[in-house]
Unconditional design. Structure first.
Length: 189
């Protein structure tokens, strides 16, 4: 394994460790999301962790027809990841996967496979009554070296966001940035 791959692998592992520890110890804050971004070879991975209220305006189980429709609309928007995370066109990044998970929303409403009967039933909020959305997005980039920036359209799509804390790991840099509605781009290079 060459040193570049080792650096990316260690950086990605460090980013995941920091994100896991931060998630375990930080409070759930309405209006604030967290976005981890990693570029490894041709794979661009993004992980969004957000209070559900930022995305659909509530955190309880989607029981009413209106709530279920809101959950499905949110999922449809997030699954159209190329319009939510707009990459440098010359990098030719194409969505290769999206996974959406929330303890308060049935997987079927999120476009995911139904949960097995042995797992935790959907519709049960986290222990403190605050539910989150965990969303993973994967892109395959034909020319990752051309990826200069990602324009994050979450603020336009979901009015509940005030800011998004970003952690970034690429072969060329590691860093953190705070996105706001008026500054919603991540510089990659």
């Amino acid at each position: 394994m060459n040193s570049r791959k080792i650096t990316v692998a260690l950086g990605s592992a460090l980013l995941l460790s920091v994100a896991t520890l931060a998630t375990a110890h930080e409070a759930h804050v309405h209006g604030v999301g967290k976005l981890d971004v990693a570029l490894d070879g041709k794979t661009l991975s993004l992980h969004l962790d957000s209070p559900l209220v930022n995305l659909i305006g509530f955190e309880h189980a989607a029981r009413s027809a209106k709530d279920k429709q809101a959950a499905q609309d949110m999922a449809r928007t997030l699954r159209n990841a190329a319009t939510v995370f707009v990459t440098t066109p010359s990098a030719e990044c194409k969505v290769s996967g999206v996974q959406l998970v929330s303890a308060a929303i049935e997987p079927v409403l999120l476009g995911e496979a139904a949960v097995s009967k042995t797992s935790k039933p959907a519709g049960h909020e986290d222990h403190d009554g605050h539910a989150d959305m965990d969303a993973d997005f994967s892109f395959q980039c034909a020319y990752p070296e051309r990826l200069q920036r990602i324009d994050v359209k979450l603020f336009e799509a979901f009015k509940g966001f005030n800011s998004i804390d970003v952690q970034l790991v690429t072969p060329k840099r590691q860093g953190a940035v705070k996105l706001t509605p008026t500054a919603a781009s991540i510089t990659i290079q």
